[in-house]
Design a protein around this ligand. Structure first.
Ligand code: BGN
Length: 368
């Protein structure tokens, strides 16, 4: 054979070998991404879907509500796969949706929480960004949450803060895969504010709506800086706002239980709920802390890193001056907790509005 044709044969042979090699590499890489994507893309796809689009699931859901069945949906994972500061969730992109042809990967960042209070948000914008939030809350459509959470916010004249709270919190709460609803407990009238009593009202009213097993008590001006700070319940009462910017990202004192906390229904009832007699600012959170300790419980907390949060700066509200009786009141918790609490709660509901982003309960809690 002439030397030139031997040369072209070798070249052709090499070229073919290269093509075969590249095809092999392509198939291997696609296979690896295909296998790895099953987990990750499930996580990615479980970012809230519009329930209108999942009619069958909704029908099953209502059957579940009526018949008390748990369907075939699996329990949501202990740790939601959608959380984590700066974490990236990657999915394969498959041309023509043929999974074996997955050729490249796209990543979205789900973690970093930039919380800025200078931004102007309207309720309409928050609604548009959270189309799946209905009746003040949401629940995963592809798994059953263990945590059925009522988030209770004592409130009066803080509309600007509420907009920011809803703007930041609805997406976080959905990523946490909670079955949750937000309740604003608005104190009617202009008399002295009573945070703890409003929370007792929230507990009672929320239970008329749904079988909640967990209650988060949050001030309207506190936003977590890490979505791994779970707004759910734990073995022990939980303090969530553990490192606030206002306190230079530390606890102001070891027993501090203010800001954001959570108690399971059982824990809440064990301490006879919250005190009804703290009128004005301060002390009620210390009383609640005492109640927990006197009933043999300890306080659970996230790490200082995960528990970082920001507080919207503001002046003390009108009619929320410091409660002058608070120092003496907190020395008597052991006795008062038996008779002052959820077992002695009286109030008058003035109005209940079920809105898309929250339920608004206006209540007359009386006066000192
Ligand atoms: C404490 C308040 C708390 C408040 C924190 C943080 C009292 C009771 C008398 C010691 N307790 O001093 O209610 O959450 O500061 O601001 O005032």
């Amino acid at each position: 054979m002439p030397a030139t044709s031997t040369g072209s044969f070798t070249l052709l042979h090499r070229f073919c070998a290269l093509v075969v090699l590249l095809t092999f590499v392509h198939i291997s890489v696609s296979l690896v991404f295909y296998v790895c994507s099953t987990d990750v893309s499930t996580a990615f796809l479980s970012i809230p879907k519009n329930p209108n689009r999942t009619v069958a699931t909704e029908q099953l859901r209502s059957a579940e509500d009526h018949l008390g069945k748990e369907l075939e949906l699996q329990q949501c994972p202990d740790t939601s796969p959608l959380l984590g500061r700066g974490r990236e969730v990657c999915v394969c992109v498959c041309p023509l949706t043929v999974e074996l042809m997955c050729v490249y990967v796209t990543c979205v960042s789900v973690g970093p929480l930039t919380v800025e209070f200078g931004v102007e948000v309207t309720l309409q914008q928050v609604k548009e960004k959270n189309p799946d939030v209905m009746e003040g809350g949401w629940r995963p459509s592809d798994c059953v949450s263990v945590q059925r959470v009522a988030i209770l916010i004592p409130f009066r004249h803080r509309d600007e803060h509420l907009k920011l709270w809803l703007h930041y919190m609805h997406p976080i709460l959905q990523r946490q895969q909670l079955d949750y609803r937000v309740y604003i407990i608005n104190q009617a009238g202009e008399r002295r504010f009573n945070r703890a009593k409003l929370l007792n009202v929230g507990f009672t009213e929320a239970l008329k709506d749904y079988d909640y097993n967990c209650f988060v008590f949050s001030d309207v001006d506190i936003i977590p800086l890490d979505d791994r700070n779970i707004y759910g319940c734990f073995d022990q009462p939980r303090h969530l706002s553990v490192s606030m910017d206002k306190f230079r990202f530390r606890l102001p004192y070891k027993q501090y239980f203010g800001g954001v906390s959570s108690l399971s229904k059982e824990q809440f009832l064990k301490i006879n709920g919250f005190p009804n007699n703290y009128w004005g600012w301060g002390g009620e959170d210390d009383d609640i802390y005492n109640r927990c300790v006197f009933k043999g419980m300890t306080i659970s907390r996230p790490s200082a890193q995960i528990g970082r949060c920001r507080m919207i700066k503001h002046k003390r509200d009108a009619k929320n001056d410091a409660n002058p009786r608070r120092h003496s009141q907190i020395t008597h918790t052991r006795e008062t907790m038996e008779t002052d609490g959820i077992n002695s709660l009286t109030y008058k509901v003035v109005d209940i509005k079920k809105l898309q982003l929250f339920t608004n309960i206006t209540v007359d809690v009386g006066q000192p």
